[in-house]
Design a protein around this ligand. Structure first.
Ligand code: FNR
Length: 355
């Protein structure tokens, strides 16, 4: 049986295989970021399909941290109650439910991709003023952020910790800190977006400080037994931006702060980055971080073929593969892939006659 189908231990939790569903915003939440039937069906189908780890979409730790007014949230007891049946169903299929904890920073209050409008959402249409490391918008069509002050930064760190505790209470067995894609934590560590001159900007240690403070606070909030993953943008793909050598340093420090696996994505801080998109294009980033920082990694990005996924794990590029769009096309990809690779995945009993 391919290593892809072998269990993976992360702290107190065992993933049944090394295939994860990458977090994907559905832009379908109800008012106030509450998940509902869509999220149950969407995440539940991928658990039935055999993903070992099902990571729910970027879920805001504060209302102003939503990318769009339709994002899910985890900032109150009502969110805990709404997520609970979803995590229970995912776990009942043998998958591990995880939640991506997010703050969109200066990319908040934007229209969702399938809206008729583009760019920042005005107050009149349910938008709000975003926050960021500075007061320049990401692009002219986005809303102008307010630079976080010391009290605002302290509140963000506390909100990530509280959200992590809510996530565990809601039945999530792992959390992922979203520190990628030009959202708040990435905005702070990238030199392209952080021009602060206080203790939260300047040299690399100062720029990494927010991501590391959030990692420590989340680890404290969930206790010693819950896996904490962190998704990073391992490179900005821009000369003079954040790069993979920086990520090796960040990954080591994230691990020291209690992060168990670094999920290596890329990009998002520079609107015009030239990204060499192709099959498995980010796997070499995961490979280098794993080799040089000595921390478990996840590989993501255009992983679509069973043999390709198996090789990434077998060659030691990553400990986990994460699939996004391929799992939207085919929720059963994990079970089909493991069967194709010689395994005998157990299909849910009601489906057994089809296989
Ligand atoms: C995404 N992606 C994403 N990433 C993330 O960290 N949090 C998120 O909530 C989302 N939301 C999201 C929504 C949709 C509809 C798509 C298609 C993508 C990125 C995603 O997790 C993944 O990293 C990329 O899609 C690349 O992997 P694939 O799709 O090539 O397997």
């Amino acid at each position: 049986m391919t290593l892809l189908g072998h269990p993976l231990d992360l702290r107190g939790i065992t993933l049944p295989n090394r295939i994860a569903m990458s977090p994907m915003c559905q832009y379908s939440a109800g008012p106030d970021g509450l998940p509902h039937d869509w999220h149950l069906a969407h995440l539940g189908a991928r658990a039935v399909g055999g993903a070992g780890l099902v990571i729910a979409e970027a879920t805001a730790v504060l209302p102003e941290g939503r990318i769009s007014p339709r994002d899910t949230g985890i900032w109150s007891g009502a969110h805990v109650d709404a997520w609970r049946p979803i995590t229970a169903f995912v776990a009942a299929q043998g998958a591990v439910p995880a939640l991506q904890l997010a703050h969109a920073g200066f990319k908040a209050s934007t229209y969702w991709p399938f809206a008729a409008e583009r760019g920042g959402v005005p107050d009149a249409d349910g938008g709000w003023a975003p926050v960021g490391p500075g007061s320049a918008p990401f692009v002219p069509s986005y809303r102008t952020p307010r630079a976080l002050d010391e009290a605002g930064i302290t509140a963000v760190i506390a909100a990530f910790a509280q959200a992590a505790a809510y996530a565990v209470d809601a039945g999530f067995q792992a959390v992922e800190i979203h520190a990628a894609h030009g959202y708040l934590l990435h905005e702070f560590y990238s030199p392209l977006t952080n021009h602060r001159t206080d203790g939260w900007g300047g040299d690399r240690p100062a720029r990494m400080r927010l991501a590391l403070a959030v990692a420590s606070a989340v680890r404290d909030a969930v206790g010693p037994d819950v896996p904490v993953l962190a998704r990073v943008s391992a490179t900005d793909w821009v000369e003079g931006g954040w790069d993979v050598a920086d990520t090796v340093v960040l990954a080591r420090e994230l691990a020291a702060a209690g992060v168990d696996l670094v999920d290596c994505s890329s990009g998002g801080a520079a609107p015009h980055a030239d990204i060499p998109i192709g099959p498995g294009y980010q796997a070499p980033l995961a490979e280098r971080v794993r080799a040089e920082a000595g921390v478990p990694t996840g590989a993501v990005g255009l992983i679509t073929e069973p043999e390709q996924a198996a090789r990434i794990v077998e060659d030691g590029q990553a400990d986990l593969v994460l699939l996004g769009r391929e799992l939207l096309r085919d929720p059963y990809w994990p079970r089909r892939a493991l069967a194709k690779l010689g395994g005998q995945p157990h299909w849910p009993d009601p489906y057994a006659r089809a296989f």
